[in-house]
Design a protein around this ligand. Structure first.
Ligand SMILES: [Fe+2]
Ligand SMILES: [Fe+2]
Length: 253
């Protein structure tokens, strides 16, 4: 699968269906990606010699090459976004940096466990994004393709970190503990970064915070799908290849 990273659409406006809040959340997600993907590559790389499984080694190679391409492309995306909107990229990265710097100082096992949980969250978000029929999305095609290509590759390599972790440590209880913390921290960091962006755009953040907790029929459905796929992670026989995506109309071919 080829990752298309050419952006010709403008990130200056509310590019996701002219929705200010969803656009801010996705932009905040992008700010974290190059930093997170660096950690994912490091954590997988430092375990590659601990497996003798030839297929897994080859999957790891694909994983690292895809994450390296995503990291580079999102860095360009973030630079363009900050330039167009007048944001200070270093300031937006600061909170994510402190978390990823902390992760760099933990044990290789914790780092890989953190990667496994983030890969699961990313795979779920990818399914949810791709499950929205294209005709319902008013997004310039280069921006849509940028995110869709990333999402397809996340689904393609969703089990690599998990398989590596299980082949080396085979410890699900640590994974489940790490998932609880990762989810809590990520949600809070995306919220903080979105608020930072809105404040820089001189937009009040109180209605955004209210919007996050207001359950419209649409958000209820998305939260429900997200939650049920997150909960699968806690099943004793969980494997990323068996995520139940029947709620998502998108099917991986
Ligand atoms: Fe990625
Ligand atoms: Fe990934």
């Amino acid at each position: 699968m080829k990752y298309s990273s050419a952006l010709t659409g403008s990130l200056a406006h509310n590019w996701f269906n002219d929705n200010l809040y969803i656009t801010s959340l996705l932009n905040a997600f992008s700010i974290a990606l190059p930093l997170g993907e660096k950690l994912f590559m490091k954590s997988v790389n430092e375990h590659v010699n601990l497996t003798s499984d030839a297929q897994l080694k080859s999957d790891i190679k694909m994983f690292i090459s895809q994450e390296a391409a995503h990291s580079k492309a999102h860095n360009t995306y973030n630079e363009q976004l900050c330039l167009l909107k007048g944001y200070d990229k270093n300031k937006l990265e600061k909170n994510f940096n402190s978390v990823f710097n902390y992760m760099n100082k933990t044990s290789p096992k914790e780092r890989l466990a953190c990667t496994v949980t983030m890969e699961h969250i990313t795979a779920i978000l990818s399914y949810l994004f791709l499950s929205i029929p294209r005709e319902e999305l008013s997004i310039e095609s280069s921006i849509y393709e940028f995110w869709a290509c990333h999402a397809r590759e996340e689904i393609e390599h969703k089990s690599v970190a998990f398989d590596l972790y299980m082949s080396v440590y085979d410890d699900r209880s640590t994974l489940q503990e790490v998932m609880k913390n990762t989810l809590k921290n990520l949600i809070s960091l995306y919220k903080i970064t979105s608020c930072q962006m809105l404040t820089l755009d001189r937009i009040p953040v109180a209605p955004f915070k209210q919007w996050l907790v207001t359950n419209t029929e649409n958000t209820k459905t998305i939260y429900h799908k997200f939650e049920s796929m997150i909960n699968e992670f806690y099943n004793p026989d969980f494997h990323p290849l068996n995520i139940n995506t029947t709620n998502c109309s998108y099917k991986l071919t």
